[in-house]
Design a protein around this ligand. Structure first.
Ligand code: GLU
Length: 470
């Protein structure tokens, strides 16, 4: 791991909106990986100043989402609202230093100002009316805001690690409010003060914050600190090219969990959305930490492709251990119906044959149900139709012979079925389909002789009897 004299400190600073946005997970991942790559720290700050939305449940959705996905942060989370005194102190510090000033413009004054600017075709921004005014002019009874005395000459250049150099003329930056008239800090002040106090060296976040960076940069300098490095990553777009929004489907990480995605699949997918390492598609945590550098993140917006995520999830399901998969799908199986006492043992024996056939945990639970369900197994419509259309008669003839099969393994059962097919002149498939319908309740299953071996002789014959004598 590279080392540096000033350790890297990154942070993920989600607003408590009620859920952990999938785009937020990618931002968190890039912050996490960059810290890992450099041997630095990855901190979490919950931006909970919108008190109506900062419910315990909303905060829990973020911490629980990060825990589930596997992005552990260092130390305790920082809560922004609780730091309001620090934010106020920073505003006072700037006031004392002459880098901020009281503004006595009332909301009504500002409305008039904006309307006049609009009428004149000017861009709408605070006109600095209290910037150089004598505080003695302060009108009685008006509580002032504190505004930042932003530089008016020259330009601000951010050497963004992803976007490259970005420049804005300082004449474009108006004097933003730092403290509202009621004494509450603004978002811009809070973010800057928190980043300073947390020792953040690299601010990696969505490029919707790029415009804020110019003002935040000036504010950091005014507070007497070195500016952090910025990396504004392109937002995630939907398959249609528009910014990812609710109408593209699930947005919160918990929705993907509930759809049956594995956290490592989602992380691997999000990692590759905007960053790559040659042709590597399957990338482990360790490889990612070794290879990931923020400067390699692309500037083009990434497109979210559910099919690709689903295929990747299929890969991770195949890789997952049987014990883990069974633990994960147990609650799903319980929701689907009753479980026979020996059901889970059967599932364990049959899981290898099911894994390649599922791309989500929900699919895996669905195709596993026939192993765990007690007799009689439910039959789907196609299975019922096949059995009614001659399948039962075929099975009736098979049951007798099957009883005398003594070696109950997949190859031995296949040999038996081949012999039956020669004897009766029925194609092997014509024997296999009714067996599948009766044993699995559907016409899609792993190879049927494997299924019979997993079920065992008694259960197989019992299930066949359920349909032939029913
Ligand atoms: N709280 C902001 C958000 O959720 C992020 C602020 C930042 O990263 O500076 O979009």
């Amino acid at each position: 791991m590279p080392t540096s004299i000033n350790p890297v400190v990154t942070r993920f600073a989600p607003s408590s909106t009620g859920y952990l946005h999938i785009g937020g997970v990618r931002t968190a991942l890039y912050n996490y990986l960059y810290a890992k790559h450099t041997g630095g720290k990855f901190l979490l700050r919950i931006e909970d100043t919108d008190r109506a939305r900062a419910t315990p449940g909303a905060i829990e959705a973020i911490t629980e989402g990060l825990r589930w996905i596997g992005l552990p942060w260092d130390g305790e989370p920082v809560f922004q609202f609780a730091r309001a005194d620090k934010h106020r102190a920073a505003a006072e510090q700037l006031l004392t230093a002459g880098k901020a000033y009281h503004c006595y413009a009332t909301p009504e004054d500002l409305t008039v100002m904006r309307e006049e600017q609009k009428a004149k075709g000017l861009s709408i921004r605070y006109d600095g009316r209290w910037r150089n005014r004598d505080p003695k002019d302060a009108p009685a009874g008006v509580k002032p805001t504190i505004r930042f005395k932003a530089p008016q000459e020259g330009e601000t250049v951010i050497h963004d690690l992803v976007q490259g150099p970005v420049t804005v003329a300082n004449s474009q930056l108006d004097d933003m409010v730092l403290l509202r008239a009621d004494g509450t800090p603004t978002y811009m002040l809070a973010v800057v003060v928190d980043d300073i106090d947390m020792g953040i060296t690299h601010i990696i976040r969505g490029d919707d914050h790029l415009n804020n960076a110019f003002r935040q940069y000036q504010l950091v300098l005014a507070l007497g600190h070195a500016a952090p490095l910025y990396a504004h990553i392109p937002l995630i777009h939907g398959a249609d090219g528009a910014k990812l929004s609710k109408r593209h489907g699930a947005l919160g990480v918990e929705a993907y969990r509930d759809l049956g995605f594995l956290p490592e699949a989602l992380l691997n997918y999000l990692l590759r959305l905007g960053w790559g390492h040659g042709d590597a598609e399957i990338i482990s945590d360790d490889q990612a930490a070794l290879w990931f550098d923020i400067v390699d993140v692309g500037r083009a917006p990434a497109r979210f492709d559910l099919d690709k995520l689903t295929n990747l999830n299929g890969h991770y399901i195949r890789e997952a251990s049987d014990d883990r998969l069974i633990d994960l799908i147990r609650p799903l199986l319980e929701k689907r119906g009753p479980t026979a006492p020996e059901g889970l043992a059967r599932l364990r024996r049959g899981l290898a044959g099911l894994k390649p056939r599922a791309k989500t945990l929900n699919q895996l639970a669905e195709i596993s149900t026939f192993y765990v369900h007690p007799r009689p197994v439910p039959l789907d419509d196609k299975a019922k139709a096949l059995l009614a259309g001659g399948g039962v008669a075929i099975l009736g003839e098979l049951v007798q012979g099957l009883q005398s099969v003594s070696t109950w393994t997949a190859p031995a059962l296949e040999d038996w079925a081949k012999a039956e097919s020669e004897k009766t002149g029925q194609k092997l498939g014509n024997l296999a389909q009714p067996l599948r319908a009766a044993l699995c309740g559907s016409l899609a299953s792993p190879p049927i002789f494997d299924v019979m071996a997993v079920l065992g002789k008694d259960e197989t014959l019992g299930r066949l009897r359920d349909v032939t004598t029913g």
